[in-house]
Ligand binder design. Structure first.
Ligand code: MD3
Ligand code: FE
Length: 203
């Protein structure tokens, strides 16, 4: 069902479950061409989650900052195309949450091994902040931190499970958020990892 987390944010429990095997196979094809890597932050630290992208634009971080690029810096060639099924799933989820006409041009793929995390941050590298962000959780469960518009606001904790889809838009679009360290475990489809697909309209 659909659960309102906050104004503009909705969780669709299990929405991607029927597609999980297809998504896992497509992710394996994408990462064969654009492997997961631990990007460098502008401060010189490696990120805890490993990342790659598919679609016309990919999010990257390096010594020069955070931005979207059309090419994978590891290969110098365009990111693998976004499968039509990915864009379709993201658009269906956005529509179900009240955002019709969502057309993502970027899909960031995050891989969390047990013990890895994502610290509290805002997503503000996209040009059009009126478009929502759609995230698909696969594999090991995680605890999502959902804060406010200031870093120091208290955070809610939300469990995200295999197949859950969350749509973040409107007044929730610029909220601080993060992922607590992923607990050790083995998922029947994905093994010792959590994978998150994050669909955005970047340009
Ligand atoms: C809430 N990823 O890649 S997705 C990220 O599970 C990121 O990998 C997390 O935060 C993950 O930037 C969380 C959920 C998410 C994405 C964007 C948001 C939640 C958001 C933007 C605003 C508010
Ligand atoms: Fe984020």
């Amino acid at each position: 069902g659909r659960e309102e987390l906050a104004p503009g944010a909705a969780v669709l429990r299990g929405f991607a479950r029927p597609h999980a095997e297809h998504l896992a196979a497509a992710i394996a094809e994408i990462t064969a061409r654009a492997p997961f890597r631990h990007m460098l932050t502008p401060g010189g630290q490696h990120m805890s989650a490993a990342m790659t992208n598919c679609g016309p634009l990919g999010w990257i971080s390096d010594r020069n900052g955070y931005r979207y690029e059309a090419c994978d810096p590891l290969s110098g060639t365009p990111w693998p195309p976004m499968p039509g099924s990915f864009a379709h799933l993201a658009a269906d989820a956005a529509a179900a949450a009240g955002y019709p006409g969502f057309l993502p041009d970027a899909c960031l793929i995050n891989r969390y091994d047990p013990g890895t995390r994502m610290s509290l941050h805002q997503d503000r590298d996209e040009r059009d902040l009126t478009a929502p962000i759609v995230s698909v959780s696969l594999g090991l469960p995680a605890v999502f931190l959902f804060g406010g518009l200031s870093r120091s606001d208290r955070s809610d904790r939300i469990a995200l499970m295999h197949g859950d889809v969350v749509v973040w838009g409107g007044p929730s679009r610029l909220r601080f958020h993060g992922i607590l360290p992923v607990k050790e475990g083995t998922h029947p489809l994905l093994g010792r990892q959590r994978i998150n697909l994050t669909f955005r309209k970047a340009a």
